[in-house]
Structure formats: C-alpha cells, structure tokens
Design a protein. Structure first.
Ligand code: NAP
Ligand code: MG
Length: 508
C-alpha cells in the first residue's frame, strides 16, 4: 500500500492574499481595534509556523456596544421593505462571486480545506444569499376563514430584533451566510461572533456586505473567545434569538442558558453519518461516495461519512475498492495544485483525531489503511484512515471524530443496517446505495436523519432545500430553504372585525 504524500510549504501554489496584521471588530458601521490589547494568533493549519494575523479578544463593553448598535439599527431595517433589503443581498451575492477565488484562498489557508473545496463553499454561500434575496418578494403569511361575520383573519411574519449568530470554523463562510441571509431579509439586525480559528474569512465576508451598502449597525462583527464573548451574547437581554452551529457540548450550554430566559434558540450540532451499502448496490459508486464523504474537507464536515454500514456478502469487495481510493488521496498544503486533502484545523482537533486512532487500536478495529500522522512536523496532517470490522458499540462507531477516519461496520441484512444506522445519538445526514426501489423508500421511512441521500454522498445540499438534523444533532427549525425564515420571524395572527357592531357570538 502506498502512503499519501504530504508537503506544507508556506508559499507557492494558488496566489495567497496578504493577511491583515490584526483583525478588527465592526460595530455600528465602524471598524475598530479591540481596546483589550489581547489577541490570539491565527495560525495556518498546514504550517503552524505561519501566522495569518492576530484575532482580537474583545472586551465585555465591546460586546455591549455591538448589541447596542444592532438594537439601534433595528427600527430602520425593520421598516425597510423586504424587496429593498433584497437589493443589498443581491449586491452582496455579486461581490462574493466576484471575489470567490480570493476568499477561497483565504479560507483554505486559514481553515485547511483544499482551494477547490473552499471555492465550492464560497459559491454555496453566494447561492444561499441569492436565494434569500428572492425570498424578499415572497415572505408572506396566510389568510384564513373566520367563523365570525365580516372578520378578516390573517397571519404576518415579523422580524424579532437583534439576533446573535455564533458559528464554527469548519464552514466559515457558508454557515454565517446561511444564517445572516434569512435573518437580514426578514428584517432582523445581527451580532455575528465567528469562530476564533477563522477570522479572516469572516472579515472579508462582512467587508463585502458593507461594500454592498448595508446600513451601519445592521450587522456587527465581534471577535473573541466563545466562553467570553459568545456566552455574553447569549445572556444579553437585548438579544432576541441565537442561531448557533457547533459542537454538542457548547450547543447544550447555549440551549440551557437560552432556556433560562425562554430565548428562541436554534442549535445545529454534530453528526455520525452513515452510508449504507446494500448487496445490490453499484459498489464502485458507493466506494467513491464514501471516499468523498469521509475524506473530503479532511472529514471536518458535520455531514461527513463516518460509518459505512455494508452487507457482509459485498463488504470485502467494497473495502478493497475504498482502500484503493483512500490511497490515491494526496495529503498536503491545501493551496497546492494536486492536493486533495488538507490538514486538521488546529492542534486540539489534530490531537482529538490522533486520540481516536489510539481508541480504534485499543478497541480492536482492523486497520485497512492510514492510521497515523503524516507530513512535516509543523503541519497537522493525518492519513486518510479506514477501519474494518468495527462493531457498532465501539466508541469510533458512535462518537463524532471530525477527521478523515472511516469505520466499516459489516451487517447481515437491511434490517440490521437500519438498526445500526439509527443506533447513535446524532441524526444529521445518511445515504443509501441500492437499486431496489422498495428498500429505498423503506429506508427513507425508517432512517432517523434530517437529510437522506439515495445513491449520492452524505455531504452536500442545495440552497433552496431545508438543512438540519434530528435527535442529538439539534433543536429548532431547519436552516436554508424558505423555511429558514421561520426561525427569524414571529408569526403574528391578526383578527380585523369590520362589522362596526359589538360582538354577539362567543369564540374561544
Ligand atoms: P464549537 O467549539 O462548539 O464552537 C462553535 C462556536 O461557538 C465558536 O464560534 C465558538 O467560539 C463558540 N463558543 C464556544 N464556547 C461558547 C460558549 N460558552 N458560549 C457561546 N459560544 C461559544 O464548535 P467547533 O469546534 O467550532 O465546530 C465543530 C462542530 O460543529 C462539530 O461538532 C460539527 O459537527 C458541528 N457542525 C454542525 C453543523 C450542522 O449544521 N449540524 C455544521 C457544521 C458544523 P470560539 O471559536 O472562540 O471557540
Ligand atoms: Mg486558523
């Protein structure tokens, strides 16, 4: 078996934009340095010797100022007609498309996914903004019949006020945009706290929104640690809702804090996504999809394929095909041409992944390929790794690893496959490979995931389609698609009596 190649030069490959010396908060339409004087370095995961600017650790007063700016900007933005708000979103979309190559390089450099994966993410963000801008002419309520005479009953969707948007590093442009676009088109104002690991992508995203003509205070960007700035935002009385994407640990904390004051909270959390291969499946297609889902974006996707659940009779062949694909993966600097898989995002995530390789060893899983770190010492690279003979009670079969590590679980039949697929706390995405239409629909009936793919990888989704998970993957209404607007609006029910007389019928 060949070993994946690795290299991590700090220069060369795709053009690298010049990083800022330090990032700045954007509050009330003004870019400003933090007054805390405290910063965290933004280190490149491909080469930890390379620092891409300093990230401010903002003060509590700056958090208050950001919320205050959002609060002040709210009445003006609320009263701006939605189709007029949409014009700014269309401009933002055009600017993102225009700067897609540059932002992709920034994203790949600071986060570690390959340049082409990063470019795909930028285009996903642009698509969502374009879709949501279109919703500006469609946000509506319903009209209802009344049992009273000459009474008009209707519903209307109204914005909430200032909302907090707290996002992870693994989709540093798509996730902020799939939250900000519906919040904005619905008329809310925003305090956005990006992940500390990916400040540059956040800054460029907001700079382009400013360039698109967004009024001051409508979106405010505040950097700082989750436990300080994030927590303060969740507790802030003027914040009317929190949309959070990240880990289960932090999401549970955010949801608990929000519950204390009955705050509207949406949490999109982890996954342990299964790809099920039935005996009639096209094994080559299934193997390619598994490789894309398991090793794409270094396995650092909430929708990553982390379990292949395979009917025993075809498992040997499937694993052979999959191992050959894993060995073709070229690990290295994400900005270099030809590299197909980048590093883990930071030393913490890297250590977690290496820790799971130890767990797999101690649990007795059979290593097929990979299984160790690779490349230069200053990069956070792990080989694409496959374990066979994984029993579904093992930790590597149940816990989110967030690295390029796949567990193959062999099962007897369709029923056992579904049982194993559902026997985890998470429920984000799943995939079934089969040509049997009956078992396909039965799988859709039974699988406990918010997104189901048939003969396509567990990863990926379209802007107009709802996205989100079941069970431990999250709470709150779905993101993306037209339904995303629901989280960012209150549904107001209106009864208008035009009889001009006193009511004679009781209604309850
Ligand atoms: P994380 O550690 O939970 O961080 C997410 C965000 O929360 C960051 O901005 C973080 O700030 C902030 N935060 C940390 N502690 C906080 C607190 N006490 N109060 C408020 N905010 C706080 O998650 P991550 O490691 O960045 O992201 C990976 C996770 O996200 C994985 O579990 C993945 O599955 C999940 N994810 C889910 C989806 C989905 O849609 N279901 C999509 C993508 C990712 P700092 O950056 O400063 O720590
Ligand atoms: Mg970084």
């Amino acid at each position: 078996m060949s070993t994946p190649t690795a290299s991590a030069p700090a220069t060369g490959g795709r053009p690298r934009p010049t990083p800022p010396v330090r990032y700045r908060n954007f509050i009330g339409g003004k870019w400003a340095d933090t007054t805390s004087g405290k910063y965290a370095p933004n280190l490149s995961p491909a080469d930890q010797r390379v620092a891409l600017g300093d990230v401010p650790l903002s003060t509590p007063q700056e958090v208050d100022a950001a919320v205050e700016a959002a609060h002040k900007a709210f009445p003006g933005w609320r009263d701006t007609p939605a189709p007029v708000r949409a014009r700014i979103l269309y401009k933002w979309n055009a600017l993102l498309e225009q700067h897609a190559d540059e932002i992709a390089a920034i994203l790949a450099w600071e986060e570690g996914k390959t340049w082409s994966e990063a470019r795909g993410e930028v285009m996903k963000a642009a698509n969502i903004i374009e879709f949501m801008a279109g919703e500006g002419r469609r946000i509506g309520g319903s009209t209802l019949p009344s049992e009273l005479p000459r009474t008009f009953v209707y519903t209307v969707k109204q914005p909430l006020g200032p909302v907090a948007i707290i996002t992870p590093w693994n989709f540093p442009i798509a996730i902020p945009c799939w939250k900000m676009a519906p919040a904005l088109i619905a008329g809310n104002t925003i305090v956005f706290k990006p992940a500390t690991l990916t400040p540059w992508t956040a800054q460029r995203t907001i700079e382009l929104l400013e360039e698109a003509g967004l009024p001051p205070g409508v979106v405010n960007l505040i950097y700082g640690s989750g436990s300080a700035v994030g927590d303060q935002l969740v507790r802030h009385k003027a914040i009317r809702a929190v949309s959070f994407t990240g880990s289960n640990e932090v999401g549970t904390h955010v949801y608990t804090e929000g519950a204390k004051r009955l705050l509207k909270v949406q949490c999109e959390l982890g996954g342990k996504n299964p790809l099920v291969v039935l005996e009639d499946a096209d094994l080559e297609l299934a193997a390619v999809a598994t490789s894309q889902g398991a090793f794409g974006s270094t396995g650092q996707r909430c929708t990553a394929t982390s379990r292949a659940i395979v009917i025993d009779s075809v498992a040997d062949k499937f694993v052979e095909l999959l191992a050959a694909l894993a060995q073709k993966v070229v690990v290295g600097d994400p900005l270099q041409d030809g590299v197909t898989m980048g590093p883990s995002v930071d030393p913490g995530q890297f250590k977690t992944v290496l820790g799971y390789l130890d767990v797999a060893r101690s649990e007795g899983a059979k290593l097929v390929t990979g299984g160790k770190r690779t490349g230069a010492d200053h990069g956070l690279f792990v080989e694409p790794t496959i374990y066979d003979g994984v029993k579904h009670g093992m930790r590597i079969a149940k816990e989110e690893i967030f690295g390029p590590v796949l567990s193959v679980i062999r099962v007897r039949d369709f029923d056992e496959a579904v049982e194993v697929a559902n026997d985890v706390d998470f429920g984000l995405s799943s995939s079934l490979y089969t040509n049997d239409v009956n078992r396909m629909y039965r799988f859709v009936d039974l699988i406990e995931t918010g997104i189901v793919h048939v003969n396509s990888p567990t990863v990926g989704g379209e802007a107009q389609a709802p996205f989100g998970g079941m069970k431990g993957t999250g709470v709150g209404t779905r993101e993306q698609g037209a339904v995303a607007i629901d989280f960012y609006t209150e549904l107001k029910t209106v009864y208008a009596d035009y009889t001009g007389t006193k009511r004679t019928t009781n209604i309850y």
